[in-house]
Design a protein around this ligand. Structure first.
Ligand SMILES: [Zn+2]
Length: 279
């Protein structure tokens, strides 16, 4: 696919709310406390994320309030705690939301430390050998997306998310671990991930040489490819189960916080909705 085609698909996915609405398939993302003002509907959908209660009566009141504020969809967080302990409650939460008239997005909130969200990861605690490594070998509190163990875990998360009855899988800011120094613009040359043994093995297969400790162009391309491959597999599984796939990337279009170009995400066939936030 040419880069021009990438770009046109990105524009289509992010700019065609009205068309998607007409197809009944989705929306342009307003997220994390967005105030709905599409009341009157026409042209785009509006939604809000919901982090709180798993109490059905409380949820029902909240969903009715969300409807009164003219939202058409809700993003329900589905953390590892929800996955392990509240999947049945989440089925009820989703049912209540849909009965209220909302389209339901479901979000792997903080899962594996790979997605956005403040929730901690039990996977990381249970599988310290499956986590990302800085270039100097320092272990990190985030699962490595190239490791089969985490991919199998995500398959289970997806299947359980599907069982809740949600309409859309909302892939929330997938990224390699971001050292705090990146946000301060003070990133050391070894402060990037992932250089675990699995990533080093894959890099060696792809490039025929050792993975460097510096973030070279090849490392950037490897990281891009890893995110795209991970997400292609995950979204295909959700899509095969009949759900739409929406993705939002962190606001910076940067190889340091996501992929070097959002066009790479837009080019994935199983992405139905692309939400991009420029700051
Ligand atoms: Zn790795």
């Amino acid at each position: 696919m040419s880069s021009m085609k990438y770009i046109s698909r990105r524009r289509f996915l992010t700019g065609s709310g009205a068309a998607l609405l007409a197809l009944g398939s989705g929306s342009v993302g307003l997220f994390h406390g967005a105030v709905a003002r599409g009341a009157e509907g026409r042209g785009f959908e509006t939604g809000v994320s919901y982090f709180g209660s798993r109490d059905p009566e409380h949820v029902k009141r909240d969903m009715e309030d969300i409807i009164r504020h003219h939202c058409t969809y809700v993003v329900h967080t589905f953390s590892e705690a929800d996955y392990h302990f509240y999947s049945e409650a989440m089925r009820e939460v989703v049912r209540i939301s849909k009965d209220a008239g909302l389209t339901v997005y479901i979000d792997p909130w903080g899962v594996g430390g790979v997605f956005g969200g403040e929730a901690f990861s039990r996977f990381v605690m249970e599988h310290p050998g499956e986590t990302q490594r800085l270039a100097d070998g320092t272990p990190l509190p985030a699962a490595c997306i190239n490791r089969p163990t985490f991919r199998e875990f995500m398959d289970g998360w997806i299947d359980t998310a599907v069982e809740t009855g949600a309409d859309v899988l909302f892939w929330d800011e997938p990224h390699f671990y971001i050292p705090r120094a990146v946000w301060r613009g003070e990133q050391g040359e070894n402060e990037w991930a992932c250089r675990c043994d699995r990533c080093r093995e894959l890099f060696r297969i792809q490039y025929g040489e050792e993975m460097p400790e510096l973030m070279t162009d090849e490392v950037v391309a490897f990281r891009d490819r890893s995110i795209v491959d991970f997400f292609t597999n995950a979204s295909a599984r959700g899509g095969a189960a009949g759900l739409k796939n929406a993705v939002v990337m962190l606001p910076q279009e940067s190889h340091l916080t996501g992929v070097s170009s959002w066009d790479l995400i837009a080019a994935i066939d199983t992405v139905d909705i692309l939400s991009l936030i420029h700051i």
